[in-house]
Design a protein around this ligand. Sequence first.
Ligand SMILES: Cc1cc2nc3c(=O)[nH]c(=O)nc-3n(C[C@H](O)[C@H](O)[C@H](O)COP(=O)(O)O)c2cc1C
Length: 409
Amino acid sequence: MSGFGLERQRQIFLDGLCGRKPAIPIQPAALEEGARRVMTPEGFAYVAGGAGAEVTLRAKRAAFERWAIVPRVLRDVAARDATVELFGRRLPAPLVLAPVGVLEMAHPEADLAVARAAARVGVPLIFSSQASHPMEACAAAMGDGPRWFQLYWNAVDAVMESFVRRAVACGCDAIVLTVDTTLIGWRPRDLDLAYLPFLHGKGIANYVSDPIFRASLADPGDAVERFAATFPRPSLSWADLPRLRALTKLPLLLKGILHPDDARRALDAGVDGLVVSNHGGRQGRRDRGARRAARGGRGGGGAGARPRAARLRCADGRRCVQGARPGRCRGVHRSALRVRPGPGRRGGGGGGDRGSLGRLRSHPGARGLPHGARDRPGDADAGGLNPSGAARERYGWRRIGGVRLSPSI
Ligand SMILES: Cc1cc2nc3c(=O)[nH]c(=O)nc-3n(C[C@H](O)[C@H](O)[C@H](O)COP(=O)(O)O)c2cc1C
């Protein structure tokens, strides 16, 4: 990828000599505005919105704006090598494309277009569970290009297992289990428009193409209702992890880790990597920023850091949230707080300087963990989107939500 940016820049300016300007705006704000103009209000709200009053969303952007690099000069940058080795594969840059669901709301080619673009530059694409095209079609569009699979753990284990098997068959290099979306965030923009794409049959291509999911349908038109009844899975817990770990020898990452204790627990459970993420501010209303969470060391507040609250002390010596100066204590003490040095201090690093991918360990290969979790037949009804019978009746669920399975899927 060395020289890719330079090449693109040169092309744009040369086109300019012939009176051609880029069809797609380069300035981020103009790009966003252009997207808003061509997308439906519902599609734009879904992509651009965050949880609650979008405090986390804004804080995230502000954190990136504060981030600064002090360049060193006169170092001969004619040939640059940004390559990294990750899970046994040499990548052109320390960059992985995050899983983004329901891309059909942005463009009809959706994941297929992203897959082709990613393969062209050799950057891994993480296929979303909520993709608009089945993972097999995305894989076919990528040739040998690297790809990973992001998993939402369905309330029916057999569907989750089928997704993992398909991801392995698709040549995915890793499985990324998203752990911050066992409930869907409270997203006012979507709520104001009373619109959730999945209920309109969007972003469920991996389900309607799945043999196990399809076999569970009495009628193909029940797909949306069935999906809504089994997604997400609020009961997911650490006790479920061994079941997934035992399913595949592929590297396993957890996406959505922010707390150092969770990071340690994940690594202890045999997870190979962490994606330090707050889901772009779409899940929690006041989540700690991913960059801050990932940063180790003093003041970082992330894995390995002592939180500020732990350093402040009241006059009586108790650790305090406000403390330190006379009259500031409002009685909120952290006497029980213990944050031990985490992976960041032990040398692994919180990953803040390595992008969103936090601490990554090399894949140790087969683990041979036993099937730890039991079957849970009752889980099929545990999904957070599951409408009550009355609601189904009232809104004619099948009529508005039912999606016909096309024979081509
Ligand atoms: C429209 C949209 C759809 C997304 N879909 C998914 C998804 O299907 N699975 C997932 O794990 N994350 C999904 N994400 C979250 C992104 O993968 C990513 O975490 C986020 O955009 C960047 O925030 P972070 O730096 O906190 O990770 C989605 C984000 C957006 C904006």
